[in-house]
Design a protein around this ligand. Sequence first.
Ligand code: SF4
Length: 347
Amino acid sequence: MKTINDLSIAEISDFLVANNEKSFRAKQIYQWIWQKNVTDFAAMTNLSAALRKILEANFSIRSIRIEQEYVSQDGTRKYILRLFDQQQIEMVLIPSQQRTTVCISSQVGCSLGCKFCATGSMGFKRNLHADEIYQQVFLANELSQQHYGTHLSNIVLMGMGEPLLNLDNVSKAIDMITGKDGMEMSPSRITLSTAGIPTKLSRLAALQPNIGLAVSLHAADPTKRKTIMPIANTYSIAELVAALKDYHKTTKQRITIEYLLLKNINDSLDDAQLLANLCKNFPVKINLINYNSHPHSAFQPTTKEQQEAFAELLESKNMLVYVRQSKGQDIAAACGQLVNKRQNGNK
Ligand code: SF4
């Protein structure tokens, strides 16, 4: 049976015409699926009972549902979401004074195996469909209103998975999040975070030039980067920098550099100097994040003094630096902590 979420309005319209139904119903069906997120044809109350029966007989609706919710002392909420095929992903809702941000997943698991990342330790299961990415945002907007009394304001593709390895579906989901037939959110409120796949950046710039880009660099020294991010064995830092320069030329966007401070690994002042050199290639904002320990890795967070010295060196080179406080550590919702504990049998 086909899944209706995979069909465009034109394809739904073709199906309706072939079944002697009016083609304008396609838009109504599309709105039920994407703008109202219904999971049952019976809920499409402006369609005739006969048409609903035809749809039921020919299509399924793919949906996600909340399996479990964890609430942190700082207000962060982590959700385990169950997919149609029983796979699970995680989504994190992060409130702050001015906004609510959702961190969403783009894949079930991840193939890149970054050594500091809990998701990397679970391996890759599958890509998410565009509607599964979109539905996380839809759900997050409802949850934000329910728990914080405000609409969702920002979206970061920073949860499970490498978004650039599922770019077609990610881009389709962004089109729906920002489009008139979807949620009409501004693309400037969306940030895609990548481990750095240089070969995909020109396509991203062509498809989504108005969203933000964050690169998880975590080391500017090529040897060190290889030890913590296996993807650096496939693509060198030089290739990544060249692709980022082109990306900036096309999009004119300031690039966010994410840098996780790992004690005695990448937190020396020499590491900070190398990072400063790299960041001269294009306008950047640097996010320094202290490491969140988790049972899947032996890395340690850096000390507060070292973090400050690292940030000061960058600031002395006129870099824009933010020391980010990771939220939701007590519920394993912070950066690098997302892993499906149930699937791994740890719980
Ligand atoms: S940090 Fe991102 S790219 Fe690396 S393993 Fe984790 S989810 Fe994958």
